[in-house]
Design a protein around this ligand. Structure first.
Ligand SMILES: *[C@@H]1O[C@H](CO)[C@@H](O)[C@H](O)[C@H]1NC(C)=O
Ligand SMILES: *[C@@H]1O[C@H](CO)[C@@H](O)[C@H](O)[C@H]1NC(C)=O
Ligand SMILES: *[C@@H]1O[C@H](CO)[C@@H](O)[C@H](O)[C@H]1NC(C)=O
Ligand SMILES: *[C@@H]1O[C@H](CO)[C@@H](O)[C@H](O)[C@H]1NC(C)=O
Ligand SMILES: *[C@@H]1O[C@H](CO)[C@@H](O)[C@H](O)[C@H]1NC(C)=O
Ligand SMILES: *[C@@H]1O[C@H](CO)[C@@H](O)[C@H](O)[C@H]1NC(C)=O
Ligand SMILES: *[C@@H]1O[C@H](CO)[C@@H](O)[C@H](O)[C@H]1NC(C)=O
Ligand SMILES: *[C@@H]1O[C@H](CO)[C@@H](O)[C@H](O)[C@H]1NC(C)=O
Ligand SMILES: *[C@@H]1O[C@H](CO)[C@@H](O)[C@H](O)[C@H]1NC(C)=O
Length: 343
């Protein structure tokens, strides 16, 4: 009796206040769901961040000094997720994969749509010369370079509370692959050297399979004749080298020991084809050494073959000039060179 009256009271209560219960139910569910989402949201945001990709589409290093350089870098951020958050501008460290950071760049604010571009165009201070030299050595000496970009930024998505995410990306770029394909594509010999000692000028071709444009300054190279040990032959200069993506053909000038060249042709390379080993010596920009280019260049070795016979022939020497040129090297060598020149 009592129960049924309680039951009917309850029924009456529900009948009258059903809307209140519905509101309470919805509110509680909403709060629970929101709590779950809010609790899980930073993790979801980080997870999506982790799944995004970074591809460097253009990179230009200019105005290098021993302590800094200017960096232009255009990258694509790929975001496979269906939500497209805004990321605040943030400072990110750059390092060769697994190495110490060599500099900090400010990545601008980005709306991470399916494919967003992010452009860095700023001076970068070199914070760790050894680390930057290692990076530069990897760029010059490898066919692939892995670059780490690391930072932390605020992420905004619709009405969700702002959350902070780690931005840790490793991007893989093509490197300059030991400057493979380096070649002296044309040259001519000067019998009378210029005031600075230049007695050979030519063109050098340097392929650059990467997306990087690198200002390397004024370079000098050591030229050597193969042997154990190799014999120093002279020095070559390439001024204001700016290696752009694709093929590069740049002028070179050299001061070589011409009597050594003639001796080598007359005694060993009687077909007039002279093998020359070229290694890096120095990189100067505005009168200052750039150790982060010099060291990697010194480690690179290029073997080229110079068609000295043709270059000598192009001089159109007569037997009198030849005798002068050969000088005290010896008449037997003179006659070999004479036969190369067909005089
Ligand atoms: C994101 O990647 C880092 C490693 O870079 C890892 O430690 C972390 O657990 C990942 N976070 C999520 C939410 O996937
Ligand atoms: C960055 O690259 C994208 C795609 O290649 C291009 O549309 C954009 O103009 C580039 N931005 C700059 C500043 O070069
Ligand atoms: C980046 O670092 C510089 C120097 O420490 C600071 O002035 C700047 O505010 C930082 N920028 C951002 C977006 O954190
Ligand atoms: C280097 O250039 C010369 C002159 O153009 C050419 O004859 C020679 O084949 C080239 N060497 C290589 C390895 O490409
Ligand atoms: C270098 O190349 C340029 C352009 O092809 C050419 O005019 C010049 O004669 C070349 N120089 C030498 C020394 O071969
Ligand atoms: C260049 O030539 C030297 C000997 O003349 C040889 O030891 C070396 O392996 C060659 N290097 C390359 C990259 O061909
Ligand atoms: C040039 O080479 C010759 C022959 O090896 C050598 O006697 C002479 O000292 C060298 N000249 C210079 C300036 O190095
Ligand atoms: C660079 O060239 C100069 C002059 O020929 C020489 O004294 C010096 O040892 C060279 N340095 C290197 C690292 O090859
Ligand atoms: C390279 O050397 C030339 C001649 O000495 C000079 O005018 C030029 O400024 C130098 N270039 C750089 C980038 O230092």
């Amino acid at each position: 009796m009592k129960q049924s009256s309680f039951g009917s009271k309850l029924k009456a209560h529900y009948k009258r206040f059903w809307w209140l219960h519905l509101i309470i139910f919805i509110a509680v569910t909403l709060i629970l769901v929101l709590c779950l989402i809010y609790a899980a949201y930073p993790h979801i945001a980080q997870d999506n961040m982790n799944k995004s990709t970074l591809t460097v589409t253009a990179l230009a290093l200019s105005n290098p000094t021993p302590k800094s350089f200017h960096l232009f870098q255009n990258s694509t951020i790929g975001n496979p997720s269906s939500y497209h958050p805004q990321l605040d501008a943030f400072n990110a460290s750059l390092s060769l994969h697994g190495g110490n950071p060599y500099g900090i760049v400010t990545l601008p604010h980005v709306h991470a749509t399916k494919e967003a571009y992010t452009v860095v165009d700023q001076d970068v201070a070199i914070t760790d010369l050894e680390a930057f030299t290692a990076y530069s050595a990897a760029v010059l000496g490898s066919d692939q370079v892995k670059l780490d970009v690391k930072g932390r930024t605020a992420l905004h998505e619709m009405r969700f509370p702002t959350t902070h995410v780690d931005y840790h990306k490793t991007t893989t770029m093509a490197g300059l692959d030991k400057l493979s394909g380096f070649n002296v594509t044309s040259f001519s010999i000067k019998l009378t050297p210029d005031a600075d000692g230049t007695n050979m000028v030519g063109n050098v071709s340097i392929p650059n399979p990467s997306v990087m444009t690198i200002s390397m300054g004024n370079l000098t190279f050591n030229n050597l004749l193969p042997g154990t040990p190799p014999t120093p032959l002279g020095i070559s200069h390439i001024d204001n080298l700016v290696l752009a993506p694709g093929p590069n053909v740049v002028p070179m000038r050299s001061t070589v020991n011409q009597s050594l060249v003639l001796q080598a042709i007359g005694s060993t390379y009687k077909d007039g084809m002279l093998p020359v080993i070229i290694t890096g010596n120095s990189s100067m920009y505005n009168g200052e050494h750039l150790p982060y280019f010099e060291k990697p260049l010194q480690a690179l070795v290029q073997n080229v073959t110079l068609d000295v016979g043709t270059a000598l022939h192009a001089l159109g020497l007569g037997s009198k000039e030849l005798a002068q040129l050969v000088g005290d090297i010896g008449s037997d060598i003179g006659s070999i060179i004479g036969s190369i020149l067909k005089i």
